[in-house]
Write a protein that binds this ligand. Structure first.
Ligand code: ADP
Ligand code: 5GP
Length: 406
């Protein structure tokens, strides 16, 4: 599990604001309080915003090796990341957030490597950056000019960061950062395997419930391009299924704790779950992975490649599906008895989409005609849809009695 987050930005871009918002969302994130040789401004509090020290004290701390890194960020003003601060946060099991200048951010990433995720925050334009610095009301006009002069050179280094966040709209920027932060800091990751063909609110309800129940820090819908036991030609295009799953996750009650992953699209096909588990475990050795499956899939698990290894190494959670034969669940899975049981399935949705049958049976011929026309667009060779369309035409012309069609 990664436990260091680095935020750098030209001054005034909003990185401090974003870090504070993220700390409100993720209580495990703690702010690494730096030491600085400048005086407090505005409402700043010693020990919360910075450790305010004299230039002499700063030099002494540097000589003692108290800093992971330090920088003369502005002429005559030094800032430094305190080693003791970082160690204390990590020992408590917290996630450490650094708010440092661009040079310091690149340096910290170099020191901590994969344990750290680095973000470059930028305002949408230089004009907006000036407005924010002026609006903040904490810097003199000369100071603002100094900060703006530095911003152009700093922005050239944005590519050295793991992620660039454009802070246009604050809520949107914080959401974007949350979606990146949540899986990175998650210790327990539940992998929800499926074709999601298509994703539906039953999937979302189960994922939400798993998060609510605290079964994992994040639930990842792993969209399989090709399930070994299913025919590939019944599947919608994989990117469409993935994008639909992303949209469904984003619209869920836990938009950053539930997300879709395309990892299996990067691996050999068909997708064997054990291969995906090995791949992810090697890539992220600090995470504890578990598996979430619908009862219909669990019934076949015993026949999966290296089923014993899956069951022996990873907790497998199964949520019952209507009509399951529970005797077929393999031994060792944990059955989630009180998971929401929605009477909905991808198979049924596909059947409805394919035929428009329900509309037709209910006498809603206009809706049915629209469905069949849509099927014809997607599959011009569908003779079944063509047949239904012409039949509905006949019915409508017969029912439509008016002056022209008496
Ligand atoms: P930094 O830490 O990067 O120097 P701050 O977080 O102090 O920047 O933000 C600079 C100013 O811009 C603050 O007054 C803050 O309230 C404001 N601000 C931050 N994000 C936005 C945004 N998305 N839209 C408008 N103003 C913002
Ligand atoms: P300010 O004076 O606006 O609080 O901060 C000036 C700059 O110094 C900001 O870009 C801030 O992120 C950066 N800074 C704060 N603490 C540190 C630190 O410990 N190391 C480095 N390199 N930069 C820091």
């Amino acid at each position: 599990m990664g436990n260091l987050l680095i935020f750098s930005a030209p001054s005034g871009s909003g990185k401090t604001t974003i870090v504070r918002e993220l700390m409100a969302r993720f209580p495990q994130i703690e702010f690494s309080v730096s030491a600085t040789s400048r005086a407090p401004r505005g409402s700043e509090v010693d020990g919360r915003d910075y450790r305010f020290v004299t230039p002499e004290e700063f030099r002494r701390l540097a000589d003692e090796g108290a800093f992971v890194e330090w920088e003369e960020v502005y002429p005559g003003t030094c800032y430094g990341t305190l080693r003791g601060e970082v160690e204390a946060i990590r020992e408590r099991g917290g996630v450490c957030a650094f708010d440092v200048d661009v040079v310091g951010g690149v340096r910290l990433k170099g020191i901590f490597g994969d344990d750290a995720l680095s973000f470059f925050v930028m305002a949408p334009s230089s004009g907006e950056l000036r407005r924010r610095l002026e609006g903040r009301g904490t810097d003199s006009p000369e100071n603002i000019e100094r900060r703006l002069a530095k911003a152009a050179a700093e922005t050239e280094r944005a590519g050295e960061f793991d992620h660039i966040i454009v802070n246009d709209d604050l809520a949107r920027a914080v959401d974007e950062a949350s979606r990146i932060v949540a899986p990175f800091i998650a210790g327990r990751v539940m992998l929800y395997f499926g074709s999601f063909n298509p994703v539906h609110r039953g999937h979302v309800a189960v994922a939400e419930w798993a998060v609510d129940r605290g079964l994992a820090d994040v639930v990842v819908m792993v969209v399989s391009p090709q399930n070994p036991s299913k025919e590939a030609d019944g599947l919608a295009p994989e990117l469409e299924r993935f994008e639909a799953a992303q949209l469904a996750a984003a619209a869920s009650r836990h938009p950053w704790a539930i997300q879709a992953s395309a990892v299996e699209m990067t691996l050999p096909r068909p997708s064997y779950t054990i291969d995906t588990l090995r791949h992810l475990s090697a890539l992220m050795p600090g995470k504890r992975f578990s598996i979430l499956l619908g009862g219909d899939n669990a019934a076949g698990l015993a026949r999966w490649r290296e089923a014993d290894r899956i069951l022996g190494h990873y907790p497998v959670y199964v949520y019952p599906r209507p009509g399951d034969d529970r005797a077929k669940y393999p031994a060792g899975v944990e059955v989630l008895e009180d998971a929401p049981l929605l009477d909905i399935s991808s198979t049924r949705i596909r059947a409805l989409l394919d035929s428009g049958r329900e509309h037709y049976r209910a006498g809603r011929f206009g809706d049915a005609a629209n469905d069949f026309a849509r099927v014809r667009e997607l599959s011009p060779w569908s003779t079944e849809a063509a047949g239904y369309l012409s039949m509905i035409d006949d019915i409508l012309s017969y029912r439509n009695t008016d002056l022209i069609n008496p």
